[in-house]
Design a protein around this ligand. Structure first.
Ligand SMILES: Nc1nc2c(c(=O)[nH]1)N[C@H]1C(S)=C(S)[C@@H](COP(=O)(O)O)O[C@H]1N2
Ligand SMILES: [Mo]
Length: 180
């Protein structure tokens, strides 16, 4: 119980915009992950597996509260799947990797069906993809390509409007595997 309270405090600190340097200081006390995540109490929405170069494997399971523990960001954009400007909200993929201490490697993002896409960690941008948990202020339903949909701010940069990024816009996202 006490441990949980401590975690909650750390998560709050993170949410108000913890600088990466400070996150580093926290990680000196707790080896991994860099940021603190609450233990899942609800249904697991995202399963993350990190393969180490030495053959080790780390697993993190995030429920909605776990995803909400990350800084939430939002943008408005049109997409090829929706009509009109949409607002998407959720954690940036880059921030998630930073919180996991992942600075290089290849992410394999897998959907509920057999679809998957691979993205190089080095290609992540702070103004790039976010793991959308909400569209227009409401949780993404499965019918809405949710509950998790990797979304790019297509309107903000013409280079996002290409097959590469359309193909990376995986919906029904449920698993991320990271290989060195
Ligand atoms: N879960 C899931 N996400 C997916 C896909 C898919 O089959 N399943 N197709 C990808 C590909 S290859 C592209 S180009 C875009 C656009 O797919 P659409 O033209 O079928 O809408 O979505 C991407 N996201
Ligand atoms: Mo595609």
């Amino acid at each position: 119980m006490i441990k949980k309270a401590v975690r909650a405090v750390r998560v709050t600190v993170m949410a108000v915009g913890l600088a990466l340097g400070m996150a580093g200081a926290l990680s000196a006390q707790s080896a991994w992950p860099v940021c603190e995540f609450p233990e899942p109490e609800g249904p697991v929405m995202l399963n993350i597996t990190i393969q180490g170069a030495d053959g080790t494997q780390r697993v993190l399971e995030l429920d909605r509260a776990g995803l909400m523990a990350l800084p939430q960001e939002e943008f408005q954009t049109t997409t090829i799947w929706t009509q009109g400007v949409q607002e998407f909200r959720g954690p940036r993929l880059l921030r998630l990797m930073e919180c996991l201490g992942v600075t290089r490697g290849v992410m394999r993002l897998c959907a509920r069906n057999s679809y998957f896409v691979e993205i190089d960690v080095a290609d992540l941008r702070p103004d790039g993809a976010l793991i959308a948990v909400e569209r227009n202020g409401a949780p993404l339903s499965v019918r809405d390509k949710g509950p998790l949909w990797l979304m790019y701010p297509f309107d903000s940069d013409p280079s996002f409007r290409s097959e590469t990024f359309y193909a990376q816009s995986i919906w029904h996202l449920e698993r991320i595997g990271i290989e060195p």
